[in-house]
Design a protein around this ligand. Sequence first.
Ligand SMILES: Nc1nc2c(c(=O)[nH]1)N[C@@H](CN(C=O)c1ccc(C(=O)N[C@@H](CCC(=O)O)C(=O)O)cc1)CN2
Ligand SMILES: [Mg+2]
Length: 291
Amino acid sequence: MANDTPQILDGKTTARTIKARLKAEIESLQPQMGRPPGLAVLLVGDDPASTIYVRNKQKACDRIGISSFGRTFPASTSQSELEETITALNEDPRVDGILVQLPLPNHLDAVALLHRIDPQKDVDGLHATNLGKLVRSEIGLRSCTPEGVMYLLKEYGIEISGKNAVVVGRSILVGKPMALMLLEANATVTVAHSRSQNLSEITRSADILVSAVGRPQMITSEWVKPGAVVIDVGINRIPGNEGKGKLVGDVDMTAVKPICSAITPVPGGIGPMTVAILLQNTVWSYRQKIA
Ligand SMILES: Nc1nc2c(c(=O)[nH]1)N[C@@H](CN(C=O)c1ccc(C(=O)N[C@@H](CCC(=O)O)C(=O)O)cc1)CN2
Ligand SMILES: [Mg+2]
């Protein structure tokens, strides 16, 4: 079914509702807990995009009553200094969530750092223990972006069971956990990636198409089945007017909008959902400490 005015899956508004609910939850839990929830975000280096994302996470924490224990390190910081910092945060009773902002400078071993985080404080859901729980459909901390996608699909009443879902991208941060979550919701899932042959043929088979590749406006109308639900996880900066950068997704919104049934915008789609789910994971972790 072609559709000139698809449903816009508004992540910004949904994220605002989640944050308001979390703020109220924190207010009601705090007397019993005797402290607010705490989140530690570790930023290594001065990548401009990462710096903005970390600042936004800290601002979001402030607004809803989560204490920030963030730390910024120079790009030259050693693996052992970061590992020692994580160990101290694991032991700090004020801290419920720890995350390492990605990507990291090349000399650092990201996996070793992620595995150093106490799984109960791993609010990015990237520790092998939490990824393993996801594989087994057990309750646990789950990766924020794919969890944000699932939340938004549910919020808008989009049926997943029995549908063909195609995830483009196989990263540990988005593509792989996304595929597992869609599978758990009874979709028939295909994971496509940069080596996939006939990529546009695969994406055209999707009732639900999730793109997480980081290639600006790669998905055009020929890649999308009429009536599909299109989820754009890409956040790409391209040159805009008057020398200003412009933010676009992996999907060519102008081309795809007339043929899909629902679509997430960039900005204002999955990005804000990622931050809201991070806060939700931190509050979940805090709640687990109630005796
Ligand atoms: N440790 C992690 N690293 C990274 C993650 C992550 O989930 N954990 N995801 C991305 C970056 N990211 C969060 O860290 C993130 C990116 C973008 C947004 C967002 O709200 N984007 C806005 C636009 C903001 C802008 O103007 O740049 C939007 O889409 O509306 C939130 C979080 C990689 N690293
Ligand atoms: Mg990939």
